[in-house]
Design a protein around this ligand. Structure first.
Ligand code: UD1
Length: 356
């Protein structure tokens, strides 16, 4: 079986690391990197730490408006697909690279497998939501990470090819947890004591492109007493600069460059609390039993909120500050996200599907 896989941005790389491990011994893997993320801290560090095989094609598209970025990625991906003629294309999650890969393949009648299918925020103003809905609609195999995702697909009348495989990001945590313990030096480098700091990431367009929301979150940070470690995404850095925002005066907020996967897992595991607008980190915090405040209105991972591990605080200063002061009860095992073998199941479903 020959499978083309499309990656482009940070969250794709983590999922790909696990799928590639399950695929590459038995099958031919053609890795297409769109180049959506190109900074070392958002890109190369992930390939190195997660031991991902170098891409066969790098489209080097980089930044742009949504249409520019997606359009150029489609053109580049189409050329590769025409040349390679894979049996499958596999795309991850909800980034612009995901959508571009799916659209290019659909027009060439190449079947699409979608990893992390069925996620819904039910808000089409979120670019990721548009990417997910369209990709799900076009896919022949839909790998849902949870039962909730299967139900979401049912509501959209999508039932054929849907499988609850579990979540590859859960596979990744189980695989890399020990590696992070051994290799990450971030706790020592930043002189941190477990349980005595907060870690935060803010980067989603809904927050960074809305000055009011970004200001509101930064005001909350300034009012929280605990040390806050804040690895800052280039989009957020730019937005803060454009707004001339410097609410990070208190030296309890430590701005650092974006960190690699192993360091992030270490920070997350040892933090007292996570404050984020990232989809992926909400559930990684749950896997590592760290409470989370999510600065969004939409509940993208209802399993985490139902378990009491995650609270939606939108970009509300008062809520963020109040909930950051609370202490949280112990978090249960994350048993809604599969058994740690999601990637192997995905490969089996593609194999079976090709035989029939
Ligand atoms: C993308 C995904 C988002 C994911 C995130 C992880 C979409 C629509 N969004 O958002 O779902 O959670 O990746 O980080 O696909 N930039 C750099 N260096 C880079 C990459 C980007 O400086 O290596 C800057 C560019 O100026 C760009 C901005 O960051 O305009 C945003 O980058 P983009 O890839 O469009 O989206 P992300 O915010 O990273």
């Amino acid at each position: 079986m020959k499978v083309a896989l499309v990656v482009g941005a940070r969250p794709n790389f983590v999922k790909h690391a696990m799928v590639s491990r399950a695929l590459r011994d038995k099958h031919q893997e053609i890795l297409i990197h769109t180049g959506q993320h190109y900074d070392i801290q958002l890109n190369k560090i992930f390939f190195d730490q997660l031991e991902i095989v170098e891409p066969h094609y790098n489209l080097e598209i980089g930044s742009g408006t949504h249409a520019e970025q997606t359009g150029q990625m489609m053109i580049g991906t189409e050329k590769v697909l025409q040349k390679e003629k894979p049996d499958w294309i596999l795309v991850y999650g909800d980034t612009n690279s995901t959508l571009a890969g799916a659209l290019a393949a659909a027009k060439l009648n190449i079947p699409i497998a979608h990893v992390e299918a069925g996620l819904r925020a039910y808000n089409k103003q979120i670019p990721e939501e548009v990417n997910r809905v369209v990709t799900d609609y076009l896919s022949s195999l839909l790998f849902a990470p949870t039962e909730t995702a299967v139900e979401n697909l049912k509501k959209d009348n999508i039932t054929a090819g849907v499988h609850n495989t579990g979540d590859v990001m859960y596979d990744a945590i189980l695989h890399y947890k020990m590696v992070a313990d051994k290799k990450s030096e971030i706790m020592t480098l930043l002189n941190l004591t477990p349980g005595e700091f907060i870690v935060s990431t803010i980067h989603r367009a809904e927050t960074t492109d809305n000055p009011e929301k970004l200001r509101s979150v930064m005001t909350a940070f300034a009012q929280i007493d605990d040390p806050i470690i804040f690895p800052i995404h280039p989009r957020t850095k730019k937005a803060l600069k454009t707004m001339n925002l410097s609410p990070l005066k208190g030296n309890h907020v430590k701005l650092i460059d974006p960190v690699g996967y192993l360091d992030m897992m270490m920070l997350l595991k040892n933090a007292r609390l996570l404050i984020t607008d990232s989809g992926g980190l909400q559930k990684e915090a749950y896997f590592l039993k760290t409470p989370c405040l999510t600065c969004l209105k939409e509940d993208e991972w209802p399993e985490t909120t139902a378990a009491g591990a995650n609270k939606l605080v939108s970009a509300d200063t008062k809520k963020i500050v109040a909930f950051a002061k609370e202490s949280y009860p112990a978090i249960k095992d994350a048993d809604e996200f599969g058994d740690g073998h999601a990637a192997e199941k995905m490969v089996s479903f593609m194999e079976e599907s090709i035989k029939t």
